[in-house]
Design a protein around this ligand. Structure first.
Ligand code: RB5
Length: 148
């Protein structure tokens, strides 16, 4: 799978560890920055990851900031992105099965490395459930069209 990754300064270190793990699992990773621990603004990186996914350049995205929330809010402004701030393996699985999330977001100040790594693995191997969940995803897409 081709996966894009982005973070702000707070997520820089965890992003690096997650990228290493993705490469170890055999995925192709596109690192969209940030590339140092110098302070930056998380919306820039959430948007970059979102755009890489919706353009089809990558299959899924991984975002990291301090809480996982700001970068998820930013990524979700890109139409077609369904970014989920995830806290554990269960929320990672349900984000794919119920929400067909295409971007996973972590809070580096909230999660340990192993929890984030396990959750990311679960996210990558889980699949959208379809059925009633598809109807709901379509309603989210319709909301975007109303605002276009
Ligand atoms: C940066 O200090 C912090 O605000 C950011 O990483 C994130 O937690 C925002 O949601």
């Amino acid at each position: 799978m081709r996966v894009s990754a982005g973070s702000d300064h707070a997520g820089f270190e965890l992003k690096g560890l997650l990228i290493e793990h993705l490469a170890f699992l055999g995925h192709e990773v596109v690192d969209l920055g940030t590339h140092s621990p110098e302070p930056v603004d998380y919306p820039d990186f959430g948007a970059a990851v979102g755009q890489s996914v919706t353009s089809g350049d990558t299959d899924l995205g991984v975002c990291v900031c301090g809480t996982g929330m700001g970068i998820a809010i930013a990524a979700n402004k890109v139409h077609g992105v369904r970014a989920a701030a995830v806290h554990d393996v269960t929320s990672a699985r349900l984000a794919r099965e119920h929400n067909n999330a295409n971007v996973i977001c972590f809070g580096a100040r909230l999660l340990g490395t192993e929890v984030a790594t396990d959750a990311l693995e679960m996210f990558l191997r889980s699949e959208f459930g379809g059925g009633r969940h598809l109807r709901r995803i379509e309603k989210i897409a319709a909301l975007e069209k109303r605002q276009a």
